[in-house]
Design a protein around this ligand. Structure first.
Ligand code: KIV
Length: 270
């Protein structure tokens, strides 16, 4: 059965997202180029140009080597393809270690791309950075819970919020980042109970990934959800399409037709 919900026909802004708190959940997806961003345009409220591209599209084992220049290049491409969604730029590792450095780099992002917000990873220790950006006209999505940019320091990926103590830590982060001016929180890799309690405690929208069904929205990496990235599939990823297999089928058909000279036929020849 195909499910049809109303297409999105208006430009989504930071204000639109803020107003969705506690209402219809927000749909967010990653994008890295103009072609796919154009397909996603009008179908989702938010696009994240995520540093996950370093793994999904550059075959690195983590996100840490993505650079500001690379992310700007991909964001410019996404901007050409998608006109309606709110576009969020994922600040790469090492580009927001102090408020001054974060402001300089995020200002460059805003000058050179159409990004309307930036995302940074980190808890209450990043509150001053969030404050500086917000006070200088740069909207911030604050990313807490499992933070891929900390994978080397942490020695792996670990689901958070498994104990009351951990939930309280996450809650303190969420409240401090909200107070510092973040307009949304991205909650990654945590027990549903933790994400639901944070969502209830803050006035800003929460977008979850691997954080259960109690958040104000969801985000997925597009190449994961459409089955193009096959190296591994985390438990929280639902595959909505078997993309890699569809492409292989198409390629096999093409190869057969090239070999048998069925392609190009007269319809596809001058
Ligand atoms: O880079 C990324 O794609 C992310 C995910 C949380 C969506 O940060």
């Amino acid at each position: 059965m195909s499910i049809q919900s109303a297409p999105i026909d208006k430009k989504i802004t930071v204000r639109t997202i803020r107003e969705r708190k506690g209402r219809e959940p927000v749909t967010m997806i990653t994008a890295y180029d103009a072609l796919f961003a154009g397909i996603f345009d009008g179908e989702v409220e938010m696009i994240l140009v995520g540093d996950s591209l370093n793994m999904s599209f550059f075959a690195e084992s983590d996100t840490l080597s993505a650079t500001l220049d690379q992310m700007i290049y991909h964001t410019k491409a996404v901007c050409k393809g998608a006109k309606l969604p709110l576009i969020v730029f994922d600040m790469p590792f090492g580009t927001y270690t102090t408020p001054a450095q974060a402001l300089e780099n995020a200002t460059r992002v805003f000058r050179e791309t159409c990004a309307e917000a930036v995302k940074i990873e980190g808890g209450r220790e990043k509150a001053e950075i969030v404050r500086t950006l917000s006070e200088n006209g740069i909207a911030v999505v604050a990313h807490i819970g499992l933070m891929p940019q900390s994978v080397r320091a942490e020695g792996g990926y670990r689901v958070r919020g498994r104990s009351e103590e951990e939930i309280e830590e996450l809650m303190a982060d969420a409240l401090a980042l909200e107070e510092a001016g973040a307009f949304a929180l991205l909650l990654e890799g945590m027990k549903s109970e933790a994400a639901t309690r944070i969502t209830e405690a803050v006035k800003i929208p929460t977008i979850g990934i691997g954080a259960g069904n109690g958040t104000d929205g969801q985000v997925l990496v597009w190449s994961d959800m459409f089955g193009f990235f096959e190296a591994f599939k985390p438990k929280f990823v639902k595959r909505y399409l078997d993309g890699a297999e569809l492409i292989r089928q198409g390629l096999r058909e093409y190869r057969e037709e090239v070999r048998s000279r069925a392609f190009p036929d007269t319809e596809h020849s001058y």
